[in-house]
Every structure is written in C-alpha cells, then in structure tokens.
Design a protein. Structure first.
Length: 233
C-alpha cells in the first residue's frame, strides 16, 4: 500500500474495533497544582496503557499514523492527544520503561516494514522484562502531541518524547514535519476527554481552556484542544 491507502486501512480497522483488548483498560495518571488561593488540586487523566495498535492481544502491531488519522480516531473514540506535560507525567508514572531503539534513518523510516521491525524490537524487550500487556509503559515511541504551536504551524504535526531511561527525551517538541508525515518512531497515546478533579468528573477540554486549571496539564497556557483536533482532522 502507498501511504494514503495505509492510513485509510488503519482508520477502517480501528473504527471496526480491531484493536487489542488491553488498550481498552485505561490507566490513571495524576498531576497536581497549587492554585493562587493556596488550594492544591489533583487532576487524574486516564490514558491508554500503550500506543494505539491494530490487532488482538495475541497478535498486534503498534501503528504510527498521520495527524489527520490520529485526530479522527481520537475524536470518534472520545479521546484527545496528550500535551507535552502529560507525556512527561505518563513517563514518570509508568510501570516500566522501554529502552529507546532508533533505527537507521532514511526514507524507509515511513515504510510498513520499518513499523514491523521496530514493533518486533519492542516486543522482544517486553518479553525479556516479563511485563503484562495492560501495564502502563513508555519510552519506546515519540508521542504525537497537542500544542499551541499547531495554531501557528498550520498543516504540521507536533511530536515530543521518546524518553531515555534517565527521563531525558530524545525528541524535543517539534513541528518540523508536515501533518501527513508519520514514521516508525511515532506513537499515538490516547487520553480520555473525561478527567477527575479532586474526584469529580470534568471535561478535559474545559480544563485546558481554563487559565488557572490548564497549568496542571499544560506548560504553555490555555489550549483550544478540540479546535486543534478538529482542524487537524
């Protein structure tokens, strides 16, 4: 398949429910913030334990995709993409961390063959570590993220992360690639649009638009998350 055919196939398969059961068991990640009045609040976000994959628990492929495809899927499923700050929190609170395994750079980075090769290396690490599929994991992919930079860099994709075991990300926040770009190192981690603030359910969109509350989930001020996702889709 060429790139556009592959993206359509990814979208169709996920919309038909062809994703592993373990990805349906969301994991809580907590972030806290002290407000100006001195009150400390705790926000719980709920994230997929791993990056989006096509297949079943016994036979799946972690699947990179373009921003267009990722945004469509996120909106259809009732999810959002994470912010940079969320990605850091997910890494800190993961049950275990993979060691990043960059492959040789070049045009082949966007090939399905590279997707499969990288996925096999991740599975080998998981087998050695002996961790269950539904454990919260990180370190093996760069995240496709939401950022205000997308409002200025229209038609671009934002990526961040691929943390080393030290906690330092290989990939700083970048919008250098076109939104139609995807390669083997990218992962789509979905975050539920429902969060808990001190145990009470709230919309993540509302939190990200609130000048005070957004600070717990974003280090760049308020984010019009739904607008960014809708325009990317």
């Amino acid at each position: 398949m060429d790139g556009s055919m592959r993206e359509q196939a990814i979208f169709t398969q996920l919309m038909e429910g062809n994703l592993p059961d373990f990805l349906r068991k969301l994991k809580p990640v907590q972030l806290s913030l002290r407000l100006k009045n001195g009150r400390r609040i705790t926000v719980s976000i709920f994230v997929m334990p791993d990056y989006l994959a096509v297949g079943s628990d016994s036979d799946f492929l972690l699947i990179p995709m373009t921003l267009h495809t990722a945004a469509q899927i996120a909106l259809r499923f009732g999810f959002v993409l994470p912010t940079k700050k969320m990605v850091d929190a997910i890494f800190r609170q993961s049950s275990f961390h993979f060691t990043p395994e960059p492959l040789h750079p070049g045009p082949q980075m966007s090939s399905t063959a590279y997707y499969v090769t990288h996925d096999e290396r991740i599975k080998e690490q998981r087998q050695i570590l002996g961790k269950s599929l539904d454990a919260l994991v990180s370190g093996h992919k760069k995240d496709v993220v939401l950022t205000n930079r997308l409002a200025q860099a229209v038609g671009r994709i934002a990526i961040y992360g691929w943390h080393r075991l030290s906690g330092v990300p290989i990939q700083p926040l970048s919008t250098v690639h076109q939104a139609s770009y995807a390669d083997y190192s990218h992962g789509i981690r979905l975050v539920s649009e429902v969060v808990l603030i001190d145990g009470k359910p709230k919309s993540i969109y509302g939190v990200l638009q609130d000048p005070q509350l957004t600070k717990v989930l974003s280090d760049e001020g308020t984010i019009q998350a739904r607008q960014l996702l809708s325009s990317s889709h």
